[in-house]
Write a protein that binds this ligand. Structure first.
Ligand SMILES: Cc1cc2nc3c(=O)[nH]c(=O)nc-3n(C[C@H](O)[C@H](O)[C@H](O)COP(=O)(O)OP(=O)(O)OC[C@H]3O[C@@H](n4cnc5c(N)ncnc54)[C@H](O)[C@@H]3O)c2cc1C
Ligand SMILES: NC(=O)c1ccc[n+]([C@@H]2O[C@H](COP(=O)([O-])OP(=O)(O)OC[C@H]3O[C@@H](n4cnc5c(N)ncnc54)[C@H](OP(=O)(O)O)[C@@H]3O)[C@@H](O)[C@H]2O)c1
Length: 651
């Protein structure tokens, strides 16, 4: 069978190929040429990228150099086409490493190579495919090992795919009526990813269909729907059904999972039911339960008001005075998307946000790029690498605290100060002659102190409109037709949009998870949720968490990548349980203690935990962070590669 990433054979005309080459990433094209020809000299001459930067996919090559490459590529591609588009011969490991470093113009350390190779899949092998059972008895044991998965966002869907491949029966319970989680619920205008979609997708399910480099919500939901249909996972899902509690039964070594059918608003309809499972995988996300602050007078407001993750599409905003309360990543996308429609928009923002320059954030994917993704050998894989590498662990560098650096309120290190300068220039460059607005929008805490937003200028353009006002003064209370700020000013409005984020620190809430000895996980955790590798908890046997505590990402990669790490590991746990004939497994308490201690030590040295970040959804009421991952992505990948049975007690 042809390597799925080798590109579909084509008979495209010379003219069409030449037109396609006008759109493509030239450094990526050159690597595809190496595959087509087997000739490494293509990347050993003067034509090469000069630097790499997140989302800059031309390697800062000059127009002349790019034109020269296009001319050479046309010959190479024509010849390849005329030979019938044969599957390229595999390249040596040394050459692939050279290609990695060439593409990103820097060293790709040896520890990164296996991770990048697994993600690149140049040999067409999906390294996360669960091991097949070694004998018929193991296959039978798996068939008698039912698993319940809670949630059908990207994590739950992935769990279903891998369980199916492993031959383990499963039921996914999902409170919504459809797949996608975040990308099902967040239908607000302007909702889109901030991680390029050719990376923000499953490594084993690339898509050459994205119409934008950072796709909007409908396209993301459609992607997950398509993957679900392709793997036939939908028939295993109980839609519109919420898991209320999960209780361990010691005698049978099973979990009782109480499920409640619900309507679109989450209200119960019909009777609850109990499912029985040998293992439970939670895949409920960390940004799934909307949070609305308890501002006095909230119930007095007479007009429509709704959270961004519960967008009320029946409310026509045309000609309305709208107040948007909260402006983090979500508000940042909503305001530019609705400002033209509304009569007046008042944005209430408690903390200003740092933003990362990404001029192409709203750019469409041209037909040439799609053609290349579909047909040119391994173009899509290298393009993915080009997005992954600069967005991998580099974000940790400016986040790391140098305790000797002066003025920690301004910056936590020299690098952090450098990031501050770049981001500030980006902001001021857009606003120049408006010092009042500059003062309002330049954050007073170190750069990257929260999750940095992707920006193409649309946010500040919105704020400079006459019909948009940015209010940084706190709201005192709400009245029937206004938000009143603490300075006594009434900001009249017809509609309130709550862009106030999620109950992120309340991991797994509100599910009541009751483990061995009747212990409630919420009580064991209190405000300090912790799981070994973010996945397993002592006294909660055969319970596996995806996107669990300590695994939220603030510095790079993507949560789909993290889910793939986690499901790879969980598959090994389930195989060990079923094939090994064990009833239970749970991590050694000292393993979790060690993990959590290291987690907290690392976190204390990162900008997110610093007192200068006064408000952050990462922090619990004591100002500690237990939900976010402070570790390098490459470390997490290595730690989750091979489950070590010595870390666990088996029963
Ligand atoms: C608006 C928005 C944009 C984002 N953009 C990005 C981005 O660009 N890049 C990135 O890496 N991350 C982004 N994130 C984070 C995003 O949440 C993850 O990328 C990813 O979607 C998480 O997938 P998940 O399946 O783990 O969780 P979710 O997508 O949150 O899915 C969880 C699912 O569990 C279900 N569920 C929860 N509780 C229960 C229960 N008790 N019973 C039954 N079902 C339940 C929910 O209904 C939901 O379907 C974004 C988040 C938001 C809110
Ligand atoms: N792909 C994307 O671009 C994208 C889009 C949306 C969301 N996301 C993901 O989802 C995460 C959450 O984003 P979000 O915007 O929904 O939530 P958020 O970042 O937590 O932003 C919430 C906003 O509400 C404000 N707020 C919260 N409680 C408040 C209170 N009591 N009083 C006044 N203001 C209050 C916050 O102010 P403070 O800042 O002062 O706390 C902030 O402005 C992001 O970090 C990101 O991971 C990504």
């Amino acid at each position: 069978m042809r390597n799925p990433h080798a590109g579909a054979p084509f008979d495209t005309s010379d003219e069409e190929i030449a037109a396609a080459l006008e759109d493509v990433s030239i450094p990526t094209l050159m690597l595809s040429m190496v595959h087509m020809t087997g000739d490494p000299s293509i990347i050993r001459g003067d034509l090469r990228p000069v630097a790499s930067f997140l989302n800059e996919v031309q390697g800062f090559m000059s127009d002349e150099d790019k034109a020269e490459v296009r001319a050479r590529a046309l010959d190479v591609i024509r010849y390849y086409r005329d030979r019938g588009c044969p599957e390229p011969e595999p390249l040596s490991a040394e050459l692939v490493h050279e290609m990695m470093q060439w593409l990103v113009v820097e060293e790709v350390g040896d520890e990164y190579v296996p991770m990048m190779l697994a993600d690149l899949e140049l040999d067409g092998v999906d390294r996360d495919l669960p091991e097949a059972p070694t004998d018929p008895a193991a296959a039978d044991a798996r068939a008698e090992f039912p698993v319940v998965v809670v949630g059908c966002g990207q994590s739950g869907l992935l769990a279903g795919i891998r369980l199916q491949e492993a031959g383990i029966p499963f039921t996914i319970v999902e409170k919504n009526a459809g797949v996608g989680g975040t990308w099902w619920e967040n239908t607000y205008p302007g909702a889109r990813v901030d991680v390029g979609n050719h990376f923000y997708c499953y490594s084993f399910e690339p898509s050459d269909h994205w119409s934008e480099f950072f796709a909007q919500q409908p396209e993301l939901q459609a992607y997950f729907q398509g993957v679900m249909d392709k793997y036939g996972i939908g028939e295993h899902v109980r839609w519109s059904t919420e898991v209320r509690s999960v209780t361990w039964q010691e005698g049978s070594a099973t979990w009782d999972v109480v499920v409640q059918p619900v309507d679109a608003k989450g209200e119960p309809v019909g009777e609850p039911e109990t499912l029985r499972a040998r293992a439970v995988i939670t895949a409920v996300g960390q940004l799934n339960r909307p949070s609305i602050p308890d501002i006095p007078g909230r119930d007095e407001f007479a007009g429509p008001n709704f959270h961004t993750a519960r967008w009320d599409h029946s409310v026509d905003l045309t000609g309305k005075r709208v107040a948007m309360i909260g402006a983090g990543a979500t508000g940042f996308q909503v305001a530019p998307a609705i400002c033209e429609q509304v009569e007046h928009l008042t944005v209430f923002q408690r903390s200003a946000q740092w933003m990362f320059p990404n001029p192409n954030y709203h750019e469409k994917v041209g037909p040439g790029v799609r053609w290349a993704l579909r047909h040119l050998p391994f173009y899509g894989r290298w393009y993915r690498f080009l997005l992954f590498w600069p967005g991998c662990d580099k974000g940790l560098e400016p986040a790391r605290v140098d305790p000797d650096y002066p003025d920690q309120q301004r910056a936590v290190s020299e690098l952090s100060d450098g990031a501050r300068a770049v981001f500030t220039d980006w902001i001021v460059g857009q606003l120049g002659d408006d010092p009042d607005l500059v003062a309002k929008v330049v954050p007073d805490y170190p750069a990257t102190g929260k999750r940095t937003l992707q920006d193409n200028g649309s946010w500040l353009r919105t704020l400079t409109r006459d019909d948009v006002e940015l209010v940084r003064t706190p709201i005192d209370h709400l009245e029937s037709d206004a938000a009143v700020t603490v300075d006594g000013v009434r900001h009249e409005c017809d509609v309130i949009i709550w862009a106030t984020g999620f109950h992120h620190t309340r991991v797994l809430w509100p599910i009541d998870i009751v483990g061995r000895g009747g212990q409630h996980l919420s009580e064991v955790w209190g405000e300090r949720p912790a799981a070994y590798l973010g996945m397993t908890v002592p006294d909660f046997p055969n319970l596996f968490l995806m996107y669990g505590p300590g695994t939220h990402l603030a510095h790079g990669a993507s949560l789909i990548f993290n889910s793939e790490c986690q499901m790879h590991y969980i598959s090994q746990c389930l195989e060990e349980l079923a094939d090994g004939g064990h009833r239970t497994m749970e991590p050694l308490p000292e393993k979790l203690e060690d993990w959590h201690r290291r987690h907290q030590e690392e976190m204390s040295m990162l900008v997110w935990s610093q007192p200068s970040i006064e408000h952050s959804y990462f922090k619990n009421s004591a100002g500690e962070i237990h939900t976010v991952m402070p570790f390098r992505v490459v470390d997490y990948w290595h730690w989750t590669r091979q489950m070590d049975p010595a870390d666990y007690t088996f029963g």
